[in-house]
Design a protein around this ligand. Structure first.
Ligand code: 5RP
Length: 300
């Protein structure tokens, strides 16, 4: 197996992020707060694994685009693959109707929405789920979209601030799902770094961003909370995914929040197993591709 950059050479190592999150010195001496802190830490530790890394599997795309290709029946889609994820991300509607409540897997509840692909502006989201519902559904974290550089920037960031306020009260981490204006045009480090940092400043405990080839380490360096990479639209080849996940992790991301490039691929099981190997075992893109082929052939 080829060798990877040692953790201490990373701009911000996943382990450093984990240590910061779970540093006992951050404990408050106020009794009630210790409980709150315990809850927050417990939840984060179920999402971010002992190695400081994480693979989140989002199946929330229907919240604005309806029955997305390969996600028409979300419960069926994830059957062969959910066990390889560290957490699943979805809305309450899919959770209640499609997921077995005895599932032993942390849930990241998507709580922003009320916009659609045929509406006026996807950035005009609201918070659509109450804190009571978040607690009732036993969410391990919540997620919401943040749109910087749009007409609704202020609304979106204010929503984040409010969500952080009511979730922190109960020790529930908020993950900011960040995008910048017309997202594809602005997938540049300086914009991604801006929205990641702003989201962390407002109180997000984890930030999801897109990967960019140039200066991705700047996004990580400028963000004081752990960063996970989204997949975006399905790529031409599987290798491209392994490459950007590998590079993003070398540059300090703690993992992925990756959907379409798993469940829209020709072999979702082979995809998730190979991506998991990149995230948790440091497989190089080539090693991941080999594992992908083996799983596909039923040989691993
Ligand atoms: C959809 C989302 C997704 O969770 C996020 O974009 C990751 O999914 P994908 O890898 O398919 O881009 O927030 O709105």
């Amino acid at each position: 197996m080829q060798h990877r950059m040692p953790l201490h050479d990373l701009p911000v190592s996943p382990l450093a992020h984990r240590e910061r999150l779970f540093n006992p010195k951050t404990k408050s001496h106020h009794g009630e707060m210790i409980n709150m802190e315990w809850g927050m830490k417990n939840r984060l530790s179920q999402l971010i694994q002992k190695d400081g890394k994480a693979l989140f599997l989002p199946i929330d795309h229907g919240y604005f685009q309806g029955p997305t290709h390969c996600l028409e029946k979300p419960g069926e889609t994830i059957k062969p693959i959910w066990q390889y994820a560290d957490a699943l991300m979805m809305t309450r509607g899919v959770l209640r109707n499609c997921i077995d409540p005895t599932i032993q897997k942390p849930i990241i509840l998507r709580v922003s929405g009320a916009v659609t692909v045929v509406g006026e502006d996807l950035a005009n989201e609201s918070i659509v789920t109450s804190i009571q519902e978040i607690l009732r559904l036993n969410a391990m974290a919540v997620s919401m979209s943040v749109f910087v550089g749009t007409k609704y920037e202020n609304k979106s960031l204010t929503n984040l601030a409010k969500l952080v306020d009511y979730c922190e009260e109960y020790g529930i981490p908020v993950m900011a799902v960040t995008s910048v204006g017309r997202e594809l045009e602005k997938r540049e480090a300086r914009y991604l770094a801006l929205v990641a940092r702003v989201s962390a400043e407002i109180g997000a405990r984890v930030v999801k961003t897109y990967y960019c080839k140039e200066k991705f380490e700047k996004v990580i360096e400028g963000c004081p909370v752990p960063v996970v990479i989204a997949g975006g639209p399905k790529t031409e080849t599987q290798l491209e995914v392994f490459e950007f996940v590998y590079d993003g992790m070398q540059k300090g991301a703690i993992g992925v929040n990756l959907g379409r490039n798993i469940w829209q691929t020709e072999n979702p099981l082979a995809s998730i197993r190979a991506i998991r190997a990149v995230v948790h075992e440091g497989y190089t893109p080539k090693e991941a591709q080999d594992l992908f082929e083996k799983v596909k052939a039923g040989k691993a």
